[in-house]
Design a protein around this ligand. Structure first.
Ligand SMILES: Cc1ncc(COP(=O)(O)O)c(C=O)c1O
Length: 357
């Protein structure tokens, strides 16, 4: 979270803009909250340059719930609401792997491509994807948070001869770079990396994909129902929407998404350069698809891991332990992390290596 946003939220927590209420105490149908909601929608549409034929939905359930909600809404879209459809998945890391597993409960799944054989360190060339004719959609995770693999451009399915909409799990790099919406049918993101607190899930969906849900789809997760009710079919996560709205305004004050992209590029380059030029640390991901948000790295001598983490903590450098499924270290350098924070990590990397050599 940007420090400025936390300070602002703290100052108005008890009494929002003289309303005599905390945002947490407002009715979601009252004029105060509606103004917060509408501003957040407008700001996000402007920031991400979301075209008019896409709806912005503020939902709940996080990225993992979307792994079920997407097939419940899209997999039967060319069939009857009780029929079982099919979807293609490109599996490039832990999160797309989870997505395809969950989708199997609702539709038949084809793995169009995978990077498993190279240890999740590259992205399969879209020209090599085995797409299924007639698949309801094609799912990718555009930034694999655990493995540190990121698409730097979104694939154009039409140029691959497919009419299927592209579904993108962009949970961990949303708002870090511009989006080419002409390649996207639906994008979803849990808020908790770049948008605000956990509890809010962003869905941006092309209008023609609404209204095709399976009959078993829960009403609160039916995209058309959510869209028709301006994300208020059920009570939305009001406080999380409010904080996300403050983050959107902060992003606008920074200069918008192109400025964030340039900053994120500079931060990632600084850190990858330090890792690549050291004798102690290494990163396994091909340089063409290294994540700008999540930088996993390993110590060549793993017996130093605990000492590395303890020293980092002493320098105020927190949460550097890699995900338990891959080990090693991981620096998550989301939008709110200033370049000074990355520089502090780089200084520590140098210092720790020097001490050990
Ligand atoms: C890319 C990606 N997808 C999905 C998820 C799961 O999100 P949630 O925990 O909000 O369900 C995460 C969480 O880190 C993620 O990074």
């Amino acid at each position: 979270m940007p420090q400025e946003v936390l300070t602002e939220a703290a100052a108005e927590m008890v009494d929002w803009h003289g309303s005599g209420m905390s945002v947490m105490e407002m009715s979601h149908r009252g004029k105060e909250f509606i103004s917060i909601y509408e501003q957040a929608q407008l700001d996000l549409r402007e920031l991400l340059a979301v075209p008019d034929n896409f709806k912005i939905l503020f939902m709940q359930g996080g990225g993992l719930a979307e792994n079920a909600i997407v097939p419940l809404n899209l997999s039967s879209r060319r069939l009857s609401a009780d029929a079982t459809g099919s979807a293609d998945f490109v599996v490039t890391g832990s999160w797309s792997q989870k997505s395809q597993q969950e989708a199997r409960k609702y539709c038949s799944v084809n793995i169009a491509a995978s990077n498993e054989t190279d240890g999740r360190t590259s992205l399969p060339d879209p020209a090599s994807w085995q797409l299924t004719p007639g698949a309801s959609y094609v799912h990718i995770c555009s930034n694999e948070t655990i493995d540190g693999v990121e698409y730097h451009t979104l694939p154009d399915l039409r140029s691959l001869g497919s009419e299927a909409p592209l579904v993108v799990d962009c949970s961990s790099h949303v708002a870090s770079r511009p989006v080419n919406w002409s390649h996207v049918g639906l994008a979803f993101a849990g808020a908790q990396k770049n948008l605000g607190p956990a509890g809010l899930t962003l869905v941006v969906v092309r209008e023609d994909l609404l209204g095709h849900a399976m009959s078993v789809c829960p009403s609160a997760f039916n995209y058309k129902t959510v869209a028709d009710n301006q994300s208020m079919f059920n009570t939305p996560p009001t406080y999380a929407i409010y904080i996300a709205g403050l983050v959107f305004q902060w992003l606008k004050r920074q200069g918008g998404i192109p400025v964030m992209e340039a900053r994120n590029q500079a931060k990632a380059t600084l850190l990858y350069n330090a890792i690549d030029h050291s004798q102690l640390y290494f990163n396994k991901v091909a340089s063409s698809c290294r994540s700008r948000m999540n930088v996993p790295f390993f110590l060549r001598d793993e017996s130093l891991n605990d000492a590395f983490l303890a020293g980092a903590r002493a320098h105020g450098l927190l949460q550097l332990k890699g995900h338990k499924s891959v080990g090693g270290m991981r620096a998550s350098i989301y939008n709110a992390m200033p370049i000074e924070g990355v520089q502090a990590l780089v200084n520590y990397l140098h210092e720790f290596e020097k001490r050990r050599s």
